[in-house]
Design a protein around this ligand. Structure first.
Ligand SMILES: *[C@@H]1O[C@H](CO)[C@@H](O)[C@H](O)[C@H]1NC(C)=O
Length: 312
């Protein structure tokens, strides 16, 4: 930066979702409520799973990891947006912006990897039910979760370092509510070719590989379910996967809508709406999808909520 013949940007402006004060008030209330519901819903799931020993199985361990990641995911974007609204500012420092980008994509990667791990878990449960306990050992579960954190961190570190070497000189207004990659690349005045190539190759691979694992798992699951002779048995085998399948569809549906939008009427507003869906609404809905469809979890939640604070 020193010796550069261009003035560099020391902070960015997050323009948020709307310029109309009236709409901003409404969005503030909406995002605050969604954020509180996300934190509360996911914390309840964490509490229910940790206190009920019947839920100490790989599936619920992964689900509690997913809830933890979802709380962190919402906490990287929404509180900053709400705080800026309250303080009447739009500023985010350069390092703050990169930090936010790092964590947003770390948690997107983690959501992705955990959904793939959960699909593998369902595959073993449905296709090899007799070997489930010998295959899904504690070591394997810990290894898969720890491996996800390592790969996720390495991946976002690479993209964050590539972003940190760019210079930003003129315009510093991000027409978004958090520091997303695409708007930042547009603002940069350096050559962003390497960044784009890495996003489209390594970045895409990290997103697509878990998705392919999920698809392959479900092909096998569907095959096994269709071989079950009775309709009741078929439904029972499938019902253990239905919550996971609902979450997977929600997560990838919104991501595909944002990044693989095929239409030419690809507008900034529509992209932003889809980004809101996968960064704010998905973490909110995950706990509800799981708890509404799952009798064991519902029972455990009921016990957590119904507990008296002081034993009589
Ligand atoms: C995440 O999963 C691992 C491995 O199954 C488990 O040991 C750990 O308790 C889980 N973490 C949380 C926060 O639930």
């Amino acid at each position: 930066m020193s010796g550069a013949n261009q003035s560099s940007v020391s902070q960015f402006l997050l323009l948020g979702l709307s310029r109309h004060p009236q709409q901003q008030q409404l969005l503030f209330v909406l995002f605050l409520s969604m954020y509180l519901a996300t934190v509360l819903g996911n914390l309840l799931i964490l509490l229910a799973i940790s206190t009920d020993t019947r839920l100490h199985t790989p599936m619920y361990f992964f689900l509690s990891n997913l809830s933890f990641v979802d709380v962190c995911f919402s906490s990287t974007t929404v509180p900053k947006m709400l705080a800026n609204h309250v303080l009447g500012t739009q500023a985010i420092s350069f390092s703050g912006c990169l930090t936010q980008m790092y964590f947003v994509f770390l948690f997107v990667d983690m959501d992705n990897f955990l959904l793939a791990v959960m699909a593998y878990d369902r595959f073993v449960a449905v296709c090899h039910p007799l070997h489930y306990t010998t295959k899904m050992t504690r070591q394997l579960c810990v290894l898969m979760v720890a491996g996800s954190w390592v790969v996720g961190n390495l991946n976002v570190l690479l993209h964050t370092l590539l972003m940190a070497r760019l210079s930003f000189c003129g315009d510093n207004a991000i027409p978004h509510f958090f520091c997303d990659v695409t708007p930042l690349l547009k603002l940069s005045c350096s050559d962003t070719h390497l960044n784009e190539v890495m996003i489209l190759t390594e970045g895409a691979l990290v997103m697509i590989a878990p998705f392919v694992c999920i698809l392959v798992s479900y092909v096998f699951i569907a095959g096994a379910v269709l071989r079950v002779p009775s309709v009741g048995g078929r439904w029972k085998a499938f019902s253990t996967c239905s919550s996971h399948l609902a979450v997977v569809s929600l997560f990838y549906g919104t991501i595909i809508a944002v990044y693989f939008n095929p239409s030419s009427s690809h507008s900034a507003e529509r992209d932003t709406a889809a980004t809101v869906l996968y960064t704010v609404v998905t973490p909110l809905l995950n706990p509800f999808i799981y708890s509404l469809r799952n009798r064991d979890l519902k029972g455990a939640l009921g016990r957590v909520v119904g507990q008296k604070p002081f034993p009589a």
